[in-house]
Design a protein around this ligand. Structure first.
Ligand code: DP6
Length: 314
């Protein structure tokens, strides 16, 4: 039996990145990661049971071809829940963030889909179980099951049952994230193939797990002490270290555009002038700025039209 369902899940921005898989089927990571969820920015997913023999996937109001990559990914994911039953859905996902521009919309999409399937099939699964399932759709989706700061414990088991998100239960009023959109077009190399290429070809990648582990504990400490500079420095260095491993891959993987570099330089200039602003970047050209509410107005003068999210309120 199945019913209609609708759910929302937030997008998340990693402060310590997930980059590299030890199991590509189960999306098991080589390193633990830590993110902050984006409050109202994310995906709304609606499921409606259909009579046909296959799922229909709609993204932002448009039906996708059954052969489209995202459509196939969604159907394969629903197979995990469907098992052998004859259950098909019309899946409608709406993102209020640019899709596939490195703004982690696959994370919110698979998290919302997991929550909606849990409702539609009346599974009543606990959050950690849902996080494990979401992870199989897209690794970073396991963090979008929760709000606020979330840690993804890499786990050690081969079946992945200990690899899921955990909310950190720490709040930080006035903590802001700004989205600098450089280019909203679909990226040429998705995270899945990008990380595989890095793991297989970048010798530099060998240092990544150690860097990530050290950064994770610095971030925990920064969140505990509400030490913004420690958080910002650690997140920015973590992101640049990840990008260094990508650039050291073959063929080289560079997600930056000239405008990305110009925005980084603007951030460094503002810091040199005394403003505590930092950035992080994912597998795309866009920057996500990290700053505090008291600097918002001054920052907006340099980044007009910046979309700002305060995950913990003012
Ligand atoms: C750079 O979760 O999109 O955004 O597991 O293959 O779906 P798959 O990858 P995905 O990778 C996200 C990579 C990242 C860093 C992060 O969000 O931690």
């Amino acid at each position: 039996a199945s019913a209609s369902a609708e759910q929302f899940a937030p997008s998340n921005i990693a402060l310590c990145k997930y980059w590299g898989k030890r199991d590509r089927e189960l999306n098991l990571p080589i390193n633990a990661s830590l993110s902050v969820s984006l409050d109202y920015l994310g995906s709304h997913t609606r499921l409606i049971p259909v009579d046909g023999q296959r799922d229909e996937v709609w993204l932002n109001g448009q039906q996708l071809q059954p052969g489209a990559r995202f459509s196939q990914k969604v159907s394969a994911f629903i197979d995990l829940f469907r098992r052998d039953q004859d259950l098909y859905f019309r899946v409608e996902t709406r993102n209020n963030i640019p899709t596939a521009a490195g703004l982690a919309s696959s994370a919110s999409g698979f998290a919302a889909l997991t929550l909606a399937l849990n409702d539609a099939l009346a599974l009543d699964l606990p959050p950690e179980q849902l996080s494990i399932l979401a992870r199989m759709g897209s690794g970073s989706a396991c963090r979008s099951l929760f709000t606020g700061f979330v840690q993804w414990n890499m786990g050690l088991r081969e079946d992945g049952m200990d690899s899921h998100g955990i909310p950190l239960a720490r709040t930080w009023p006035g903590f802001c994230i700004g989205l600098v959109e450089i280019d909203a077009a679909e990226k040429a190399t998705d995270s899945r193939s990008g990380m595989q290429r890095t793991v297989e070809t970048a010798h530099l990648y060998q240092s990544w797990p150690l860097q990530a582990a050290a950064d994770l504990s610095k971030l925990q400490q920064a969140i505990e002490a509400r030490d913004f500079e420690l958080l910002g420095q650690t997140a920015e260095q973590n992101a640049l270290s990840m990008h260094a491993t990508m650039i050291a891959s073959w063929p080289p993987l560079l997600y930056w555009q000239p405008e990305s570099v110009a925005a980084m330089q603007k951030v460094w200039q503002l810091r040199a002038e005394g403003m505590p602003v930092y950035f992080t970047m994912d597998a795309g050209p866009n920057l996500k700025l990290l700053f505090q509410r008291e600097d918002r107005d001054a920052l907006l003068k340099h980044f007009p039209g910046l979309e700002t999210v305060e995950p913990f309120g003012p």
